[in-house]
Write a new protein. Structure first.
Length: 335
């Protein structure tokens, strides 16, 4: 990078370019648009039903018919993609998560319905087993309760293939098993699904910010007091994140994810600067809940803080942001 020494004050006045709106806009380094946003949504069985998520005020679980209406609004606002997460009833949860790869399962039917209604809207599906397991973990357990890597990957392969065959544009393995990106890429290629993209949750941390999400999909009670530290990343590490991202790209990922978002923007910046790959971040449920609580109590200005919080992702290097504020933000940006 070229360095220079500006003339000292008063020849150099940093405030000069901040004087008027036109010059502030001309020198703005990062800009947020609806095209930067991905809306995560929760789909459940039934018709014409919606359920509020108590720990995420303003977020609802929707049946497919209502989800299509919400998706139609998102597309009209310029949001390019939705990320689907299932709410699986108790009788669909098993020790080995067989429902995850049911070709007529909730997600598979939802993908087909959304693509039929809105073929140009990008559909991203979560490839993970925790909504489907009776124990709430993201994989297949051994007799000691340890999540087994290879048996889990074998199930994830079947799940990802079922999503791609249903019409998903992007499959997004969020489980953090070793080697699963290469395995998913191979099965997609072997089945002629060469344009199905993989968004790898490469740097997913064992964070305490996920609680409201687990409430939303109904896995919190199954998980109980257990945690996911044997496969999700230690919050103290960032060099490890670069290794994870590099491995996933080498195995065939098209884009990578850092999760959570705002507490890990340093990781987003390192990934973008050092590896220069398509990089996404997830403003997770706990981040949403904290902001919403402050808005609802009048402590923060919702409109201004929503946009500022998302702009900081762009400044850190994120190419796109998964956020539950996507509709709110897109409405504000298109006023």
């Amino acid at each position: 990078m070229t360095t220079f020494t500006p003339r000292p004050f008063p020849a150099t006045r940093m405030r000069r370019m901040r004087r008027d709106d036109f010059s502030r806009r001309l020198m703005r380094e990062n800009v947020l648009t609806p095209a930067d946003l991905i809306l995560p949504v929760f789909v459940m069985e039934g018709d014409n039903r919606r359920e509020a998520v108590p720990s995420m005020p303003g977020v609802e679980r929707l049946t497919l018919d209502l989800l299509i209406e919400q998706a139609r609004e998102a597309q009209a606002l310029g949001i390019p993609a939705l990320a689907l997460f299932p709410v699986i009833e108790a009788d669909g949860k098993t020790e080995h998560a067989e429902e995850a790869y049911n070709p007529d399962g909730l997600i598979q039917r939802s993908v087909r319905g959304l693509k039929d209604a809105l073929p140009e809207l990008g559909i991203i599906t979560d490839v993970a087993l925790d909504p489907y397991t009776s124990h709430g973990q993201d994989g297949i357990l051994d007799d000691t309760g340890y999540v087994q890597n290879e048996p889990t990957v074998e199930t994830l392969i079947k799940q990802a293939l079922s999503h791609a065959e249903a019409g998903a544009d992007v499959v997004a393995p969020s489980d953090m098993m070793d080697g699963r990106i290469g395995a998913v890429r191979d099965v997609l290629e072997d089945n002629g699904l060469v344009n199905t993209r993989i968004m790898a949750y490469s740097a997913k941390y064992a964070s305490s910010y996920y609680g409201p999400f687990r409430d939303a999909i109904g896995s919190a009670g199954n998980l109980g007091q257990a945690d996911k530290r044997t496969y999700q990343m230690d919050p103290g590490n960032d060099n490890e994140a670069l290794h994870e991202v590099a491995m996933d790209i080498a195995e065939g990922a098209d884009m990578v994810m850092v999760k959570p978002g705002m507490p890990y923007l340093d990781v987003v910046r390192r990934v973008k600067d050092e590896l220069a790959v398509p990089t996404f971040a997830y403003q997770v449920s706990g981040e949403y809940a904290m902001h919403r609580a402050a808005f609802d109590n009048g402590w923060l200005d919702a409109d201004k803080v929503i946009l500022e919080s998302l702009l900081c992702f762009k400044r850190a290097g994120a190419d796109g942001i998964l956020t539950y504020f996507a509709l709110d933000a897109a409405r504000l940006l298109t006023k």
